[in-house]
Design a binder for this molecule. Structure first.
Ligand SMILES: [Fe+2]
Ligand SMILES: [Fe+2]
Length: 157
Protein backbone atom coordinates (compact mmCIF):
# COMPACT_ATOMS: atom_id res chain seq x y z
CA UNK A 1 0.00 0.00 0.00
CA UNK A 2 1.39 3.37 -1.00
CA UNK A 3 1.59 6.12 1.60
CA UNK A 4 -0.52 9.15 0.92
CA UNK A 5 1.23 12.23 -0.42
CA UNK A 6 2.90 14.25 2.33
CA UNK A 7 1.03 17.40 3.21
CA UNK A 8 3.95 19.65 2.18
CA UNK A 9 3.96 18.23 -1.34
CA UNK A 10 0.21 18.71 -1.64
CA UNK A 11 0.74 22.30 -0.58
CA UNK A 12 3.47 22.82 -3.19
CA UNK A 13 1.31 21.43 -5.96
CA UNK A 14 -1.97 22.69 -4.56
CA UNK A 15 -3.75 19.42 -5.17
CA UNK A 16 -5.37 16.56 -3.31
CA UNK A 17 -4.19 13.00 -3.85
CA UNK A 18 -6.43 11.08 -1.45
CA UNK A 19 -8.03 8.99 -4.18
CA UNK A 20 -4.73 7.83 -5.67
CA UNK A 21 -3.04 5.28 -3.39
CA UNK A 22 -5.67 2.52 -3.82
CA UNK A 23 -5.00 2.42 -7.55
CA UNK A 24 -1.25 2.02 -7.19
CA UNK A 25 -1.14 -1.37 -5.55
CA UNK A 26 0.63 -4.11 -7.42
CA UNK A 27 -1.78 -6.90 -8.32
CA UNK A 28 -1.06 -10.52 -9.19
CA UNK A 29 -3.22 -10.08 -12.29
CA UNK A 30 -0.42 -7.85 -13.67
CA UNK A 31 2.00 -10.80 -13.72
CA UNK A 32 3.25 -12.02 -17.07
CA UNK A 33 4.99 -15.11 -15.65
CA UNK A 34 8.30 -13.97 -17.16
CA UNK A 35 10.44 -13.67 -14.04
CA UNK A 36 12.61 -10.74 -15.15
CA UNK A 37 9.71 -8.71 -16.52
CA UNK A 38 7.57 -9.26 -13.42
CA UNK A 39 10.41 -8.30 -11.08
CA UNK A 40 11.05 -5.12 -13.10
CA UNK A 41 7.34 -4.22 -13.29
CA UNK A 42 7.07 -4.48 -9.51
CA UNK A 43 10.18 -2.33 -9.26
CA UNK A 44 8.50 0.34 -11.43
CA UNK A 45 5.47 0.30 -9.13
CA UNK A 46 7.86 0.84 -6.22
CA UNK A 47 9.51 3.71 -8.12
CA UNK A 48 6.14 5.37 -8.72
CA UNK A 49 5.24 4.90 -5.04
CA UNK A 50 8.48 6.64 -4.08
CA UNK A 51 7.72 9.52 -6.44
CA UNK A 52 4.34 9.97 -4.76
CA UNK A 53 5.77 9.65 -1.26
CA UNK A 54 8.69 12.05 -1.81
CA UNK A 55 9.00 14.46 1.10
CA UNK A 56 10.42 17.42 -0.81
CA UNK A 57 11.27 18.62 -4.30
CA UNK A 58 14.82 17.23 -4.33
CA UNK A 59 13.58 13.79 -3.29
CA UNK A 60 10.86 14.03 -5.90
CA UNK A 61 13.39 14.76 -8.63
CA UNK A 62 15.70 11.95 -7.53
CA UNK A 63 12.84 9.43 -7.44
CA UNK A 64 11.60 10.54 -10.84
CA UNK A 65 15.08 10.18 -12.32
CA UNK A 66 15.23 6.64 -10.93
CA UNK A 67 11.84 5.92 -12.51
CA UNK A 68 13.03 7.16 -15.91
CA UNK A 69 16.27 5.16 -15.66
CA UNK A 70 14.55 1.95 -14.59
CA UNK A 71 11.87 2.32 -17.26
CA UNK A 72 14.56 2.59 -19.94
CA UNK A 73 16.38 -0.46 -18.56
CA UNK A 74 13.11 -2.40 -18.39
CA UNK A 75 12.22 -1.61 -22.00
CA UNK A 76 15.69 -2.68 -23.10
CA UNK A 77 15.23 -5.99 -21.29
CA UNK A 78 11.84 -6.65 -22.92
CA UNK A 79 13.23 -5.74 -26.33
CA UNK A 80 16.07 -8.22 -25.80
CA UNK A 81 13.51 -10.91 -24.96
CA UNK A 82 11.47 -10.05 -28.07
CA UNK A 83 14.51 -10.24 -30.33
CA UNK A 84 15.56 -13.55 -28.80
CA UNK A 85 12.17 -15.19 -29.46
CA UNK A 86 11.70 -13.47 -32.85
CA UNK A 87 8.42 -12.05 -31.59
CA UNK A 88 6.03 -11.19 -34.46
CA UNK A 89 4.65 -8.13 -32.62
CA UNK A 90 8.12 -6.67 -32.07
CA UNK A 91 7.71 -3.55 -34.28
CA UNK A 92 4.51 -2.31 -32.65
CA UNK A 93 5.78 -3.11 -29.16
CA UNK A 94 9.04 -1.23 -29.84
CA UNK A 95 7.08 1.75 -31.10
CA UNK A 96 4.89 1.71 -27.99
CA UNK A 97 8.02 1.70 -25.81
CA UNK A 98 9.40 4.69 -27.72
CA UNK A 99 6.12 6.58 -27.24
CA UNK A 100 6.05 5.68 -23.55
CA UNK A 101 9.63 6.82 -23.00
CA UNK A 102 8.54 10.18 -24.39
CA UNK A 103 5.69 10.26 -21.88
CA UNK A 104 7.95 9.28 -18.98
CA UNK A 105 10.42 11.99 -19.97
CA UNK A 106 7.62 14.55 -20.24
CA UNK A 107 6.39 13.43 -16.81
CA UNK A 108 9.85 13.96 -15.31
CA UNK A 109 10.07 17.41 -16.90
CA UNK A 110 6.73 18.35 -15.39
CA UNK A 111 7.98 17.18 -12.00
CA UNK A 112 11.02 19.41 -12.47
CA UNK A 113 8.84 22.34 -13.56
CA UNK A 114 6.34 21.74 -10.74
CA UNK A 115 3.41 21.55 -13.12
CA UNK A 116 2.28 18.12 -12.00
CA UNK A 117 -1.43 17.57 -11.44
CA UNK A 118 -3.45 14.69 -10.04
CA UNK A 119 -4.79 13.94 -13.52
CA UNK A 120 -1.25 13.72 -14.90
CA UNK A 121 -0.23 11.22 -12.26
CA UNK A 122 -3.35 9.14 -12.74
CA UNK A 123 -2.90 9.10 -16.49
CA UNK A 124 0.74 8.27 -16.08
CA UNK A 125 0.25 5.43 -13.64
CA UNK A 126 -3.00 3.92 -14.86
CA UNK A 127 -2.75 4.64 -18.58
CA UNK A 128 0.92 4.06 -19.00
CA UNK A 129 2.18 1.47 -16.54
CA UNK A 130 -0.96 -0.60 -15.95
CA UNK A 131 -2.33 -0.08 -19.46
CA UNK A 132 0.87 -1.21 -21.14
CA UNK A 133 1.36 -4.21 -18.84
CA UNK A 134 -2.18 -5.44 -19.40
CA UNK A 135 -2.09 -5.05 -23.17
CA UNK A 136 1.30 -5.15 -24.90
CA UNK A 137 3.17 -7.06 -22.20
CA UNK A 138 0.32 -9.55 -21.63
CA UNK A 139 0.30 -10.28 -25.37
CA UNK A 140 4.05 -10.83 -25.32
CA UNK A 141 3.65 -13.20 -22.36
CA UNK A 142 1.00 -15.21 -24.19
CA UNK A 143 3.43 -15.68 -27.06
CA UNK A 144 6.30 -16.64 -24.74
CA UNK A 145 4.26 -19.30 -22.95
CA UNK A 146 2.79 -20.66 -26.19
CA UNK A 147 6.13 -21.18 -27.91
CA UNK A 148 8.69 -21.22 -25.07
CA UNK A 149 7.04 -23.02 -22.11
CA UNK A 150 10.38 -23.42 -20.32
CA UNK A 151 11.44 -19.81 -20.91
CA UNK A 152 12.22 -18.94 -17.28
CA UNK A 153 14.78 -21.77 -17.10
CA UNK A 154 17.12 -19.90 -19.45
CA UNK A 155 16.24 -16.42 -18.28
CA UNK A 156 18.09 -13.58 -19.99
CA UNK A 157 20.68 -11.85 -17.86
FE1 LIG B 1 6.85 -4.03 -19.39
FE1 LIG C 1 6.51 -3.60 -22.87
Amino acid sequence: MVKSIPFEVRLVYGIQFESLPMKLDWKDSYKTGEAGIDRQHQGLFDDVAKVLAAEDRDALLLCTMALVRNTQAHFEYEEKVMRRIVYPGIAEHFKEHTDLMGKVTAFSERVANETLSQADIEEFVIGWLVGHIKSFDAKLATYIWSFYPNWNDGLLK
